[in-house]
Design a protein. Structure first.
Ligand code: SAM
Length: 280
């Protein structure tokens, strides 16, 4: 018997007209659509006049659903996987399922379309021949700042997803941990209040603080990568710090590194923490 195919189907990130012709056809032809939130996807299906049944597949039930889904695919049924918006698996559920389907030797086929990070990169006006997608930063302050410290020397453009209630804190942390670099905020893409604003972090922060509208909706942050020359200097400064950390307690090592390198104490201190050194 011929096995079925799992189609991984992108759906719009705001504007329903962004659904592709192929996505529409595939969603109406499969026997079942696996959706992150069935009520959410039902609105899209209603708009497209599609009556295919839906079944929930989210982070909490994904592992348990796999055997049932594999059985359907083995018996020849074609299925579709969608998330609430955009491309499944991009900061969305589906990874475990796709892995299991591939491991079972069953075909997985993409039906590409909207993806917020790709849409953002396409309008951010930053170097985009290569970039690093970071998804969501950690929600807790210390973990977020540590992650940013680890990314400080990344020269590729960095792409982040961010929730509106954390935008101010995140911008503050970025300015402090990454320096006053260029950032593009891409908010509510493809929707009525779509906004793309580019500037240095301190200007963007001021603008977001002063206009509460900018603290709402969905947003992607596109941050310029580190300056290559600066990174070389920093490598040398970090080398000094790491040698000192091997011999001395954290605070002493940082104090001495300030004198030897001329770097800011806070920068060296965060770098020492990011290295895993404890402040005893
Ligand atoms: N899978 C989706 C994709 O392909 O982009 C992303 C899902 S993730 C759970 C949701 C995040 O994507 C939001 O918090 C926001 O950062 C970003 N996002 C989604 N839609 C957006 C839009 N219309 N404008 C800006 N950012 C958006």
């Amino acid at each position: 018997m011929t096995q079925g195919v799992l189609y991984v189907v992108a759906t719009p990130i705001g504007n329903l007209e962004d659904i592709s012709l192929r996505a529409t056809r595939q969603l109406s032809e499969v026997s079942l659509i696996l959706a992150e939130d069935t009520r959410h996807t039902q609105i899209l299906l209603h708009h497209l006049n599609i009556r295919t049944p839906l079944s929930a597949l989210h982070d909490h039930n994904e592992a348990g659903q796999v055997p049932f889904i594999l059985q359907k695919l083995r018996s020849g049924e074609d299925l579709a996987l969608v998330s609430d918006a955009g491309t499944p698996l991009i900061s969305d559920p589906g990874y475990r399922l796709v892995k299991a389907v591939l491991e079972a030797g069953i075909r997985v086929s993409p039906v590409p379309g909207a993806c917020a990070m790709v849409a953002a990169v396409s309008v951010a006006g930053v170097a985009s021949d290569r970039f690093a997608f970071e998804g969501f930063l950690p929600a807790k302050t210390t973990a977020r700042r540590t992650r940013l410290a680890q990314l400080r020397r990344e020269t590729r453009t960095l792409i982040f997803y961010e929730a509106p209630h954390r935008i101010l804190e995140t911008l503050q942390d970025m300015r402090e941990m990454m320096g006053d670099r260029e950032l593009t905020v891409c908010r509510e893409l493809t929707k009525t209040f779509e906004t793309v604003r580019k500037g240095v972090l301190s200007d963007i922060l001021l603008w977001v603080e002063q206009d509460s509208q900018q603290q709402r909706g969905e947003m992607v942050l596109v941050l310029a990568g580190a300056d290559e020359d600066l990174v070389e200097d920093q490598e040398e400064n970090l080398r000094v710090l790491y040698v000192l950390l091997e011999e001395l307690p954290l605070r002493q090592a940082v104090d001495l590194a300030v004198r030897l390198t001329g770097c800011r104490k806070k920068w060296l201190y965060d770098a020492a923490l990011a290295r895993g050194k404890r402040d005893d």
